[in-house]
Design a protein around this ligand. Structure first.
Ligand SMILES: Cc1cc2nc3c(=O)[nH]c(=O)nc-3n(C[C@H](O)[C@H](O)[C@H](O)COP(=O)(O)OP(=O)(O)OC[C@H]3O[C@@H](n4cnc5c(N)ncnc54)[C@H](O)[C@@H]3O)c2cc1C
Length: 298
């Protein structure tokens, strides 16, 4: 596939046949035909226009913490947004570019004594990735604090969309259905007591560190919470903890996580996901729906 983006990007912003492993929290998966790293909204919009004109597929990458890219890699253009990472505020309104880490936005809110984003202090994704799946934890979710986004639509136009029009629900939004690329998010927070905000964040960090296998690459909770159950408990009760395929292993610390012990391939990881789903279905009759997205060539 002939992809020519030199009129949009500087040489240092474009890489051909680039291994994506190093950009992904999971530390596995194949190459991108072309990886681009925009630092302006205009570059993102122009990339979409180029892709439409030349019929080239494209996809968006944040921090790769909710994504498994198959070992055959990604056809077309991968747009990595982590250089769009500015955060600012006006009073209790925080504006964060989509590639900023949601953890940093949460810390920024603490610096300005703003409450509402404490729940996000340990979620290792970007703002865009967090909006995409209405990320949440410990009783809070993006939906509670998001006011609007700036996005590039399918036609390459930069538009504003209000939060209520984003279909934000449990770990889902209509961002993928609409083909939006989130460029920026506006959060409405409330003034709070910095000591209390910090106390909540420290407590959540402690809970996370004691329960989750953060010393290994992973994609966090692999499965959504099935109605009436907890995915981790079903997996634990199926005696799956410690089961591995290659270097992919069902975590012994948190059954809802599958860790990469070092050299797991995406193929190993996906095979283990299927094994877990099959075993839980056989034992408890419950279908585990994936929270993590799997994309790319086999
Ligand atoms: C250790 C660990 C703990 C976790 N804990 C939690 C948790 O408590 N709660 C929770 O909700 N999640 C959690 N996650 C999952 C993950 O961190 C979140 O889903 C996060 O929001 C994903 O963001 P990302 O930037 O990594 O997205 P990526 O994995 O890069 O992308 C995920 C999807 O979003 C799309 N996307 C990314 N950015 C944009 C954008 N700007 N515009 C349009 N589409 C975009 C991608 O194309 C892809 O389809 C955890 C993950 C790990 C590894």
């Amino acid at each position: 596939m002939n992809i020519n983006l030199e009129h949009i990007y500087r040489a240092d912003q474009m890489k051909k046949n680039e291994p994506l492993k190093d950009y992904l929290y999971t530390k596995m998966g194949g190459e991108a035909d072309v990886l681009v790293i925009p630092d302006t909204y205009e570059q993102v919009a122009k990339t979409v226009q180029y892709a439409n004109l030349h019929n080239v597929p494209y996809m968006i990458l944040g921090n790769g913490s909710n994504l498994i890219i198959k070992d055959g890699g990604i056809e077309g253009i991968v747009i990595l947004l982590t250089k769009l990472d500015q955060i600012s505020n006006e009073g209790n309104i925080i504006i964060a570019q989509s590639g900023a880490r949601i953890i940093d936005v949460s810390r920024y809110a603490l610096d300005f004594s703003l409450t509402g984003l404490e729940f996000a202090c340990g979620i290792p994704g970007t703002v865009g990735g967090a909006v995409y799946m209405n990320a949440g934890a410990y009783g809070g979710e993006i939906k509670d604090v998001l006011e609007s986004i700036i996005a590039v639509d399918r036609d390459g136009n930069v538009i504003k969309v209000n939060a209520e029009d984003l279909g934000l629900n449990y770990r889902t939004s209509n961002v993928p259905d609409n083909g939006y690329i989130v460029l920026e998010a506006t959060f409405k927070l409330t003034e709070g007591d910095p000591a209390l905000i910090k106390e909540v964040m420290d407590d959540l960090t402690f809970k996370r560190e004691s329960k989750q296998p953060l010393e290994y690459p992973s994609c966090g909770s692999v499965f959504k919470r099935p109605p009436g159950y907890f995915a981790g408990k079903l997996i634990q009760d199926s005696n799956l903890q410690g089961v591995s395929i290659g270097d992919a292993e069902v975590s012994k610390k948190h059954a809802g996580f599958i860790i990469n012990k070092g050299n797991a391939t995406a193929t190993d990881y996906i095979a283990l996901i299927h094994h877990v789903q099959k075993t839980v279905k056989e034992k408890f009759g419950v279908e585990l729906e994936r929270e993590v997205r799997i994309i790319g060539r086999d």
